[in-house]
Ligand binder design. Structure first.
Ligand SMILES: NC(=O)c1ccc[n+]([C@@H]2O[C@H](COP(=O)([O-])OP(=O)(O)OC[C@H]3O[C@@H](n4cnc5c(N)ncnc54)[C@H](OP(=O)(O)O)[C@@H]3O)[C@@H](O)[C@H]2O)c1
Length: 256
């Protein structure tokens, strides 16, 4: 069986960069997101099979898994669809925003994983192995003021990843997690700050963040390891960010 990977959240940022990187290394890819025009453009560029799917809708997710199975199956899954809404405190945030973050970052990840597991098992039967990687965040490992619902959702996604690894023990399916820090993508912070472009740009001012391509190289690198090697948790930050609380702005210079 050829190597074929399903990437959710592929219409922008890290997901799109990952599809490009997988394709460069000879993988067949299935690119999944809600915005069809962007997926079509990526499909034309990379040869990806595009599937329009809202990961928070379980019927659409079932159809996604059926389409993947009918068009060549899969040996890999990247649960990347996700995002943050707002930076308000626990006291001043809203359950509506928190619900939307849980829907996509946690329940969507669970639904896609559950629907895809039989397809991945078929892939593992045919080729020996299969891989799942969940894109969480350093926000899923360290809380920070204003992190609220995003912290809670990504901590939950981190926990689900650990549960899944334990539940799949004994199967030839590795379960990996990639937790990036600050990544400058086109839409993530813009969405988080509810479309305030100037504030979004300030997040990245005078700092060298990760790019989507940086993350994609590491992400795809985890799939390129020998299949018995499971990188349980990869934490990835720019050199300028030593923790969620320490982002260095200005040039990086040797001390002394
Ligand atoms: N940027 C960062 O600083 C950063 C840091 C750490 C972790 N992360 C995580 O990395 C992942 C990708 O982030 P990014 O920076 O690449 O963000 P992005 O550019 O905003 O991309 C998010 C992707 O998720 C898709 N998506 C959102 N809701 C969806 C839904 N209900 N169903 C299907 N697809 C959906 C979006 O496509 P459609 O709108 O077309 O559906 C888009 O392709 C996210 O899980 C994010 O939380 C980001």
């Amino acid at each position: 069986m050829v190597r074929r990977v399903v990437v959710t959240g592929a219409s922008s940022g890290i997901g799109a960069a990952s599809v490009r990187r997988f394709a460069e290394l000879g993988w067949e890819t299935v690119a999944v997101a809600r915005r069809e025009d962007r997926l079509r453009a990526l499909a034309e560029e990379t040869g990806a099979h595009a599937v329009v799917c809202d990961v928070t809708d379980e019927e659409q997710v079932s159809r996604l898994a059926a389409e993947v199975a009918a068009t060549g199956g899969a040996t890999g899954l990247v649960n990347n669809a996700g995002g943050a809404i707002g930076t308000e405190s626990v006291e001043h945030s809203s359950n509506d925003d928190w619900r939307r973050m849980f829907e996509v970052n946690v329940l969507g990840l669970r639904a896609v994983t559950a629907a895809m597991l039989p397809v991945l098992r078929e892939g593992a039967r045919a080729s020996g192995w299969a891989s799942i990687l969940n894109l969480t965040s350093t926000a899923g490992l360290s809380a920070y003021p204003g992190g609220g619902g995003y912290n809670a959702a990504k901590f939950a996604a981190h926990a689900v990843t650990e549960v899944l690894r334990l539940e799949l023990a004994g199967e030839p399916i590795r379960v990996m997690e990639l937790a990036p820090g600050l990544v400058h993508t086109e839409e993530f912070t813009l969405n988080r700050l509810r479309g305030d472009a100037a504030a979004a740009e300030r997040t990245y001012a005078d700092v060298i963040p990760l790019t989507a391509e940086d993350v994609a190289r590491v992400l795809v690198g985890a799939f390129e390891q020998p299949p018995h090697v499971n990188q349980d948790l990869i934490t990835l930050r720019p050199v300028a960010q030593s923790s969620v609380f320490h982002t260095h702005r200005g040039p990086l210079v040797p001390k002394g």
